[in-house]
Design a protein around this ligand. Structure first.
Ligand SMILES: Cc1ncc(COP(=O)(O)O)c(C=O)c1O
Length: 401
């Protein structure tokens, strides 16, 4: 039926590598297929299930909210929205202050780009060759062009410029023309396979933005909410952005919501033109109540310390496997943001299948099939780490030529 009515191409692609998952029950770090087979979820939809599947407290908040409210009317002030916006202002770095709510990461990216264009009166947006920021017209243009070209939606060179990752001279070359409204970057590019920023790279980009009067937009959709061991990935690298985007995990996995948090200095359009961006479902009230608790949980210092501790243990385990199975060629890790590169251009595809057969669901990096994204939930503990590593070892044995 899904093949007939929803997405034949996706079903066929996964089918070709032997994955026919239909998710049934789901709980904490686990998903179960329709026959009840248990899988550790290391994909977590890019961070949506950061706090696991069906977090009981978040479900209780959602149910209670639905007992009293509904989506609300996005034009009017609402207690749930304002409390969440205030919390975002308090918990984001620097003078990030105003929040514009949306329902998806892509829309939040569009809002960030529009804000930067309005604030600077420039049109060009600089992004990374292999970035991924979403699939709308604007968000799709600030990353790899494959799908934007497929839908004949590419903007002009004057509007969008792409540079390679970790290349400060290329960044300076484009920013020095003083035509860019902003640079938008994932703190660690997810779809590219989580290559880590070199020492000083992100700070260098921020300095260049400052020098040439462009804004720095941090896309924290995948790296935010505690995953790096700090609430925001970008602060892990010592950068205070002008605009910060969060989504996915902000939903607690139970109610779609995303947010663009804008520095007070650049959010003037919100005063000048209150209807400049309108989003019917942006900041829906039940979602705001869930997201508010998500922020509290993810900023808890004991949890963040646990993320750092367990990330180190998991990293040591992968390093041990790498020593014994050279098919695991490279470990890219910042906290629980982990990219595993295999010694074959399609290595992540074989490992994805082998892991699936061994009780793990982990996703291939869309722009590099040699790399697998490995993102456990953030309540990781020792027994789960041991379980993950044992299953990886079996999969590595199966994939080692
Ligand atoms: C870094 C990043 N930004 C933005 C998006 C777009 O989010 P959404 O799919 O909610 O529109 C994604 C989605 O995968 C993402 O990984």
């Amino acid at each position: 039926m899904a093949r007939k009515y929803v997405c034949p191409g996706k079903i066929d692609t996964f089918g070709q590598i032997g994955i026919d998952l239909v998710i049934g029950k789901r709980e904490g770090p686990y998903i179960f297929d329709a026959d009840g087979k248990k899988l550790i979820d290391l994909h977590i939809n890019g961070g949506v299930f950061n706090l696991g599947h069906r977090h009981p407290e978040l479900i209780a908040i959602l149910v209670s909210a639905l007992g009293k409210t509904d989506i609300g009317n996005h034009h009017f002030a609402s207690e749930a929205r304002v409390l969440l916006a205030r919390k975002l202002a308090e918990k984001t770095p620097g003078d990030l202050h105003y929040t514009v709510f949306a329902a998806s990461g892509s829309e939040a990216v569009d809002i960030a780009v529009k804000t930067a264009r309005w604030a600077t009166k420039r049109r060009q947006i600089v992004s990374l060759d292999k970035g991924y920021h979403g699939s709308t017209g604007i968000s799709g243009n600030v990353g790899d062009y494959k799908n934007i070209d497929y839908f004949l939606s590419r903007g002009t060179k004057e509007e969008y410029a792409h540079v390679p990752f970790n290349d400060l001279p290329a960044m300076e070359n484009i920013l020095s023309r003083e035509e860019a409204a902003a640079v938008i970057m994932e703190t660690i590019p997810a779809t590219y396979g989580f290559p880590l920023p070199e020492d000083g790279y992100l700070k260098g980009v921020k300095e260049l933005c400052h020098k040439y009067r462009s804004l720095y937009i941090a896309d924290e959709v995948q790296t935010g909410l505690g995953r790096t061991g700090n609430l925001w990935g970008v602060t892990t690298f010592g950068v205070i952005p002008d605009i910060l985007i969060t989504g996915k995990g902000l939903s607690g996995g139970v109610y779609p919501i995303s947010a663009t948090v804008i520095s007070e200095k650049y959010g003037g359009w919100l005063t000048e033109n209150g209807f400049g961006h309108v989003s019917t479902f942006g900041g829906a009230e039940p979602g705001c109540q869930v997201a508010s608790r998500v922020l509290d949980i993810c900023s808890d210092s004991a949890l963040l310390a646990s993320v750092r501790r367990h990330a180190a243990i998991l990293g040591e385990g992968f390093a041990d496997l790498k020593g014994r199975y050279p098919f695991l060629k490279e470990i890219r890790q910042c906290g629980l943001v982990i990219g595993l590169k295999y010694d074959d251009p399609l290595g992540a595809v074989s490992m994805c299948k082998a892991l699936y057969e061994n009780g793990i669901w982990a996703m291939i990096a869309g722009f590099d099939y040699s790399v697998m994204q490995c993102k456990p939930w953030i309540f990781l503990d020792r027994p789960l780490i041991d379980d993950i590593l044992a299953r990886f070892e079996e999969a590595l044995k199966a994939c080692t030529p």
